[in-house]
Write a protein that binds this ligand. Sequence first.
Ligand SMILES: Nc1nc2c(c(=O)[nH]1)N[C@H]1C(S)=C(S)[C@@H](COP(=O)(O)O)O[C@H]1N2
Ligand SMILES: [Mo]
Length: 209
Amino acid sequence: MSTERGGGSGDHGDRLPPGQRLQRGWPVLHYGPVPKFRPESWEFRVFGATADGGKHSFDHREFTALPYSEVEADFHCVTRFTMLGSEWGGVRTADLVAAAPPAPEVTHVMVWAEYGFSSNLRLDDFLADRAIFATHRNGEQLTAEHGFPVRLVVPQLYAWKGPKWVRGVEYMTADRRGFWEERGHHNVGDPWREQRYSYQEEPGEGPEL
Ligand SMILES: Nc1nc2c(c(=O)[nH]1)N[C@H]1C(S)=C(S)[C@@H](COP(=O)(O)O)O[C@H]1N2
Ligand SMILES: [Mo]
């Protein structure tokens, strides 16, 4: 007789989305090389449909002067590992947006990272309470492999929706697919609905492929 529940989720079952398993430690996962951080030329740009029609740019000192917050959240990778209970420190997306507001017509954002990596999000998902441009995890500065100096964490979506080495946000008045969303991954990416692949998309969940 076995008392184990499906997926071997143990007593964390209620925090494990379907098809995920617990991971101890924090794997490194990305496409391409780890970029080198150059503090003199680094800037975080906010562009596209901004409220004032202009581009906003923060150098590293200006970015780190934005309000600092901490949020507790889990991390779900579409390759099926879940890391529970990290404390992420950094700039909440809401605080960045307050510093560089979007036009009222904005419905989606594209978050841009080094080497042209990108991920698209609905504005509501991007502005979720615990969505944060993380610079720290559990009190320690992010390492280069995990996205130093800044990576996005959107806890209610699969982790590919959180680019590492973020360099900017584009405000959009219509949806457009990012890097993985163009390459077979679901446009929305809700792990609780197991939205892993683009073929699972229902009408209205993503732009045509
Ligand atoms: N710039 C960039 N960010 C990225 C990726 C990538 O390939 N490039 N991969 C994503 C994926 S698929 C995952 S699961 C997480 C992994 O983050 P980690 O390496 O810190 O665990 O980063 C996301 N952010
Ligand atoms: Mo992933």
